[in-house]
Design a protein around this ligand. Structure first.
Ligand code: FAD
Length: 529
C-alpha cells in the first residue's frame, strides 16, 4: 500500500528547483479529478488543499450519481447525456461506493404516470449502453408497498426509475489515494496564498503555507489550475485584483432523519415542490437524507449554515408526502453546501436557471480555472482541464486514461449490510488492525456502527489529521448523527493523539473545536451529560 505519511509526502515539495507540470489548487471533486487525470497521464502533479479533502461542497451533496432528471425537464440534453455516461463509468470504476438506487415519483395527478414515464424513458435512452434499468409506471398499491409511509390521500400511482447513489467524501479520499498511487503529490492542510508570475506576467507557480506548521513554500509549475469551488474568485483576485466575480454561490441544505420516517430500500423523488424545485428523500447509511434547497448567497464559507427558512421548507415539504411528519427534534443532522455555479452573463437572479454544466477558463496570465459542473461529472471535468493544461503549459500530449481506471478500493459485490463495505478491497487490511490491538475492534458509539480501527486506518492510510477529518469525512458520523459524533469525539481524539504523537492539550482542544463545529449541525445544542 502507498505511504500516506505527511512528512514523506512533503519531501518532494521542499526542493525549490523542482518544476511541476501541473499544480492544482483545491482538493474537492474537481481538483482531485484533475489530479488523477494528470498523474495517470504521467505528468508531475501536485495538489494542495487548504483544509481536508472534500471539506467544502464535495462532502455536502445529495449523494446522487445522476444525469439530473431536472435538467432534462429544462431541455439540457447534452448535459444529461454526458452526466449519464459518467454515471456509468463511475459505477464501473468505484463499484464499492456507487450503487444503483431506485427512485419513486408518486403521482397525485391522473396524468402524472404517463407524463413521467415518457420523460424518464428518454432519460434511460440517453444513458445508452451504460443504462441503470428502465423506468416504469407502477400502481398505487405498488407505491404503498415500496414506500409504506407515503401519503396515500389523492395518490394515483407512481413511476419508478433508476439512478446512482454514492458516498461523496469517501470517493474523494479514494481519489486522493488513487492519485498518490499514480505518482501525484497530494497534500491536505496546505493553503495557496499567492501566485508566482514570470517577467512576462505569466503564471509560473504558487506560494503555499503548510497550515499545520506555518512553513511557507515556493512551488514552481508550468501550469496552475484553480479548482477551488466557490472560492475560485479568491484566486482570480490574486491573479487580477478587481476582476468581476465568476461564481454565484447557491446554498443547498439537507436534513438527516431516522429511517423509520421512510423505511424500505427505495428513494422518493418529489418533482415539483412549492418553489418549483425537486426534493429527494434518499436512504443513506441507514438514515434518510432529505433535501435540497437552492438559496442564492452573496458570501462563501467552508462551514455554511442552514437558514431557518430552508429548514422549515424541507420539514413542510416532507410532512406533505410522508405519513410520519418530522419535527425539528427528529433532525439528527443538518448540513449545508454551496454550489459553485458559474454566474450567468446576463445577470439572471434565479440560481436554478444557471447552467450546471462546467466552465473552463484561461486568464491572460495562463491561470486555468475550472468551475461549475457536478460530482457526477468530476472525471470528465478533470480530463477537459488537463487537455487545456497540455495546451497552456506546452506539455507533451498524452491521452487521458481515467475512463477505465479503477479507483482505490474498487471491489464488486460488496456486502452493504456490513458498514465496512465502503472500504472495498481495503476492508480486510483494516480488520487486520484488530490483531495489533484487540481494543480497536470496539465500537465508538452504541448508536453507530463505527469501530476504533477505522480511526487508526484513517490516520495511517487516508491522511486524516484531526477529529473532524475522521468523524465528518472518513466515517460519516457528523452528517448522520451529530449528537453521537460529539459523544465519540473524546475517544477519537485519544486514538489520533497516540498515532500522531500529540499531547493532552491537543486532545482537549480537538474535542472542544469539534463539539463547537458539530453543534452547528444540530437544531438544538448538545449538552454533554
Ligand atoms: C447541496 C448540494 C447538493 C449537491 N448534490 C449533488 C449530487 O447529488 N450529485 C452530484 O453529482 N453533484 C451534486 N452537487 C454538486 C457537487 O457537490 C459539486 O459540483 C462539487 O462537489 C464541487 O466540487 P469542487 O471541487 O469544485 O468544490 P469544493 O468541494 O468546494 O472544493 C474546493 C476546495 O478548494 C479548497 N480551497 C479553496 N481555496 C484554497 C486555497 N487558497 N488553497 C488550497 N485550497 C483551497 C477548499 O478548501 C475546497 O476544499 C451538489 C452540490 C450542492 C451544493
Amino acid at each position: 500500500m502507498i505511504g500516506t505519511n505527511r512528512n514523506d509526502i512533503i519531501k518532494p515539495i521542499s526542493d525549490p528547483e523542482k518544476i511541476w507540470d501541473v499544480i492544482i489548487v483545491g482538493g474537492g471533486a474537481t481538483g482531485l479529478g484533475a489530479a488523477l487525470d494528470a498523474a495517470s497521464r504521467g505528468y508531475r502533479t501536485l495538489l494542495l488543499e487548504q483544509a481536508d479533502f472534500a471539506k467544502g461542497t464535495s462532502s455536502r451533496s445529495t449523494k446522487l450519481v445522476h444525469g439530473g432528471v431536472r435538467y432534462l425537464a429544462q431541455g439540457d440534453i447534452g448535459l444529461v447525456r454526458e452526466a449519464l455516461h459518467e454515471r456509468g463509468l463511475l459505477l464501473k470504476n468505484a463499484p464499492h461506493l456507487v450503487k444503483n438506487e431506485s427512485f419513486i415519483i408518486p403521482n397525485y395527478e391522473w396524468w402524472g404516470g404517463a407524463f413521467y414515464t415518457i420523460g424518464l424513458t428518454l432519460y434511460d435512452l440517453l444513458a445508452g449502453k451504460l443504462g441503470f434499468g428502465r423506468a416504469k409506471h407502477i400502481s398505487k398499491k405498488e407505491v404503498i408497498n415500496k414506500l409504506p409511509t407515503i401519503n396515500q390521500k389523492g395518490l394515483y400511482g407512481g413511476v419508478v426509475y433508476h439512478d446512482g447513489q454514492f458516498d461523496d467524501s469517501r470517493l474523494a479520499i479514494n481519489l486522493a489515494q488513487t492519485s498518490l498511487e499514480q505518482g501525484a503529490t497530494i497534500l491536505n492542510y496546505f493553503r495557496v496564498v499567492s501566485l508566482i508570475k514570470n517577467d512576462q506576467q505569466k503564471i509560473a507557480g504558487v506560494i503555499a503555507t503548510d497550515v499545520e506548521t506555518g512553513q511557507t513554500y515556493k512551488l514552481k509549475g508550468k501550469t496552475v489550475i484553480n479548482a477551488t469551488g466557490v472560492f475560485v474568485d479568491d484566486l482570480l483576485q490574486m491573479d487580477k485584483p478587481g476582476k468581476k466575480p465568476l461564481v454565484r454561490p447557491s446554498q443547498g441544505v439537507h436534513l438527516v432523519l431516522d429511517r423509520s420516517f421512510m423505511p424500505g430500500e427505495d428513494a422518493l423523488m418529489i418533482p415539483k415542490t412549492e418553489d418549483g424545485r425537486v426534493l429527494f428523500a434518499v436512504p443513506w447509511h441507514d438514515k434518510l437524507v432529505v433535501g435540497t434547497t437552492d438559496t442564492p448567497l452573496d458570501g462563501h464559507s467552508l462551514e455554511p449554515r442552514a437558514l431557518e427558512e430552508e429548514i422549515d421548507f424541507i420539514i413542510r415539504t416532507t410532512e406533505k408526502y410522508l405519513t410520519k411528519a418530522p419535527t425539528r427534534k427528529d433532525v439528527l443532522s443538518v448540513f449545508a453546501g454551496l454550489r459553485p455555479l458559474a454566474a450567468p452573463e446576463s445577470g439572471s437572479s434565479k440560481t436554478k436557471e444557471i447552467s450546471r454544466s462546467h466552465k473552463l477558463l484561461v486568464s491572460e496570465s495562463g491561470l486555468i480555472t475550472i468551475t461549475g459542473g457536478k460530482w457526477t461529472t468530476y472525471r470528465r471535468m478533470g480530463e477537459d482541464t488537463i487537455d487545456k493544461a497540455i495546451e497552456i503549459g506546452n506539455l507533451t500530449a498524452k491521452p487521458s486514461t481515467t475512463r477505465n481506471l479503477p479507483i482505490h478500493g474498487s471491489k464488486l459485490n460488496v456486502n452493504r449490510n456490513d458498514h465496512l463495505y465502503v472500504y472495498g478491497s481495503d476492508e480486510y487490511a483494516l480488520l487486520a488492525l484488530i490483531n495489533e490491538n484487540a481494543e480497536w475492534g470496539k465500537k465508538l458509539h452504541p448508536d453507530m456502527p463505527y469501530i476504533q480501527a477505522e480511526v487508526i486506518w484513517g490516520v495511517r492510510h487516508e491522511m486524516a489529521r484531526n477529529v473532524e477529518d475522521i468523524l465528518a469525512r472518513r466515517v460519516r458520523a457528523l452528517f448522520l448523527n451529530a449528537r453521537a459524533a460529539i459523544a465519540m469525539a473524546p475517544i477519537v481524539a485519544g486514538l489520533i493523539a497516540k498515532e500522531l504523537n500529540k499531547d493532552a492539550a491537543w486532545e482537549k482542544e480537538q474535542v472542544e473545536v469539534f463539539t463547537r463545529l458539530a453543534n452547528g449541525y444540530l437544531l438544538e445544542p448538545y449538552q454533554a451529560k
